[in-house]
Design a protein around this ligand. Structure first.
Ligand SMILES: *Cc1c(COP(=O)(O)O)cnc(C)c1O
Length: 367
């Protein structure tokens, strides 16, 4: 038993940089090849191979991965892109960034991911693409989104920023649509800042390589509009080492999640759909109907548990969207319910057995 007076300090995330990463960075510094170079190429190949996808295109963060994906599919002014509102801001902001209109649809109550039915209900003649988010590390219902997109001739994109290594059966993110990953420090693996796009489409891959590098394939011949979204070899060197750690880390995340789900009694634990591999970027629970979620989170924080709410305000209710036309009366009941009821608990791979037990004891007592 853990004595009541003992307070631990357990963060929601614990980015790990070991000696191998430090040595890999030093090698790059000593090589003098600081910008995009051979390590970026190796990292792209290995990250794509890990997901059984043909092409990997590394960029400087997950947000630019999303923007480049939209650009590669020629999505812009006059186009609508269906996205969830229960996600990180960048999902919808990237759509605004290319001049297209984000159209919000509701989520599924169990997985918190975009609902195929809700998405279908908001398709208009202007709809060009659907971009589900694999929220918390659980893939959205991609087989159904694929069928839906085929039926309506729409482009399927994936915000896979939280879903490194997640799959349904043996099919990984990036095999259904153009998929954007993030390597921000708190994600399942990191490159400091960084992002990657995966696609099986040769032409989209070619476009993406140009878009991230000033729109050119040949020096100073600018075929399309592009920017500087390049990843550095310093970041890629870190990523190459972290990718080696990812399988073990993912197993530990799943093991931690299983332990929490078997022992938590007072909250609704996360669902993993049959045949899915949930990689638990976050372990997200729901409080019982009527329980004050914010007060529960505060009590846990006071006991040193880094419980956090992802996300406390749906995207369509953010000030930047409320200033735009057409978002004031969007109603998304499951999004609202999740916004009020969920919070996430530490599930990261460096969590110790003692910390896991402490978390369970405190949640079962305080929530
Ligand atoms: C982290 C994240 C992003 C953005 O990635 P950055 O690397 O921080 O730019 C986009 N979408 C989702 C769902 C994310 O979690």
């Amino acid at each position: 038993m853990i004595p009541a007076e003992k307070v631990m300090n357990i963060g929601i995330a614990k980015p790990f940089i070991g000696d191998e990463e430090k040595q890999a960075v030093m090698e790059v510094l000593n090589s003098g090849q600081l910008a995009q170079g051979p390590r970026v190429k190796a990292f792209e190949e290995q990250f794509a191979a890990y997901h059984h996808v043909k092409h990997g295109i590394a960029v400087n963060n997950g947000t630019t991965a999303l923007i480049a994906s939209l650009m590669a599919h020629d999505i812009g002014p006059g186009d609508e892109v269906i996205v969830p509102a229960f996600t990180f801001f960048a999902t919808a902001a990237s759509v605004l960034a290319v001049g297209a209109k984000p159209v919000f649809a509701d989520i599924e109550a169990d997985t918190f991911c975009l609902s195929p039915e809700a998405a279908e209900a908001v398709i208009t003649p202007q709809t060009k693409a659907i971009m589900p988010v694999h929220l918390y590390g659980h893939l959205a219902d991609m087989p159904r989104f694929q069928a839906l997109c085929e039926r309506h001739h729409l482009i399927l994109l994936e915000d896979a920023a939280q879903a490194h290594g997640a799959c349904i059966g043996d099919q990984y993110a990036g095999t259904w649509g153009t998929a954007s990953f993030s390597f921000y420090p708190t994600k399942n693996m990191t490159t400091s800042e960084g992002g990657m796009i995966l696609t099986n489409d040769d032409e989209i891959a070619r476009q993406l390589r140009m878009i991230r590098n000033q729109g050119m394939n040949t020096q100073y011949y600018h075929e399309v509009l592009g920017y500087n979204f390049r990843m550095t070899d310093l970041s890629a060197a870190i990523g190459l080492v972290q990718l080696q750690r990812l399988p073990e880390w993912t197993d530990r995340r799943i093991e931690n999640a299983d332990f929490l789900s078997e022992t938590l009694r007072t909250v609704t634990t996360p669902v993993t759909r049959p045949d899915h591999r949930h990689v638990f970027h976050q372990y997200t629970v729901r409080v019982t109907e009527g329980v004050d979620r914010d007060a529960a989170v505060k009590r846990l924080n006071e006991r040193g548990i880094g419980a956090r709410v992802y996300y406390p305000r749906p995207i369509h209710q953010q000030p930047v969207f409320q200033k735009l036309d057409g978002y004031a009366d969007v109603t998304l009941p499951e999004t609202d319910r999740a916004t009020q009821q969920v919070f996430s608990l530490p599930v990261h791979p460096l969590l110790t057995d003692e910390e896991r037990e402490y978390i369970v004891h405190e949640v079962n007592t305080l929530c």
